[in-house]
Design a binder for this molecule. Sequence first.
Ligand code: GDD
Ligand code: MG
Length: 324
Amino acid sequence: MAKAAVILAGGLGTRLRPLTYTTPKPLLPVVNRPMILRLMDTFPEDVTTVVIAVSYMAERIQEFFAKNDCGREVIVVNEEAPLGTGGAIKNVGEYLTDSFFVFNADNFSSINLQEMERFHAKHGGIGTIALWEVENPEPYGVVKLGENTRILAFKEKPKLSEAPSKKINAGMYIFNKKILDFIPEGEVSLERTVFPSIIGQGLYGFEFHGYWIDCGKPKEFLDTNRFLLSRGLGKIESPIEGYLLEPVAVGKGMTGRGYTLGPNTCIGNNCTIGEGSIIANSVIFDNVVVGKNVQIDRSIIGNGVKISSGNVITDRVVGDGEQI
Ligand code: GDD
Ligand code: MG
């Protein structure tokens, strides 16, 4: 049955600054494709409508979807002021189907969403939360799981000593439309306000295995690129006149020669890489010019950055347009 999916994409992306000063997080490239499209690639076919709840840099996201056809109906809804993860869902109520998906825009995983739909239909509660197990649950939403996969408690970013388990909210949900009755007007957090209040309405946890990653921080952003590269998503779209240590992705229009790229490296469109330069474990956005004998490792280099010859750049996030 046709379903709507909501993508929560209104966050400020503070942990990826300075990149997110000039590009909203959902449009940052993951293996040379905007993060939000990589997420939409994983949606089941019955998701016919995608509602994108935006706030920070809303115009950029609206423009992007006006120009790019994704083969699904896409509705971008702007919040004048951020409404929080719960308020954002209430705000798009008119577009929702009887049951619908919700996704954080910055989470990637091997989850089988069709299996999750079957799980939700079988349990018949007000909502299903995808769960992932981690060593340190502190930076996440953490659940206490009871019998029959029922969620008995939800705590957002608890102290380690107060975390009820290591099972965390993986940022993917299926809800029944009835949840709208439990979201007050205005700015509301789904995790802090709504979840604790609907525990009694039948909230279930769907555990999955494989991989899961939140790419909202620099290290995790690089990990996500590396991970998707290792799954064969990288394409080489320019002639290569240097060495490649796979896995590597190269966008269109790359020029230069005598460089070494990789492993675990993504180069965007229209970049120039000078002779003797070595780029490893890094993500380079579009229109970047790298001089000769530059070494880049474990770094993210924004659009239009110019790096002069001989620089060594390690563990850095370089904002759009910087000159080094
Ligand atoms: N529309 C809208 N409005 N979206 C918002 C708003 C808002 O006011 N605030 C945040 N978002 C979006 C972000 O853009 C992001 O896609 C998603 O909601 C989650 O926000 P983050 O800021 O990335 O939250 P987090 O990573 O600290 O925690 C969340 O994700 C964890 C998994 O990565 C929580 O959902 C945790 O419970 C969860 O474990
Ligand atoms: Mg996040």
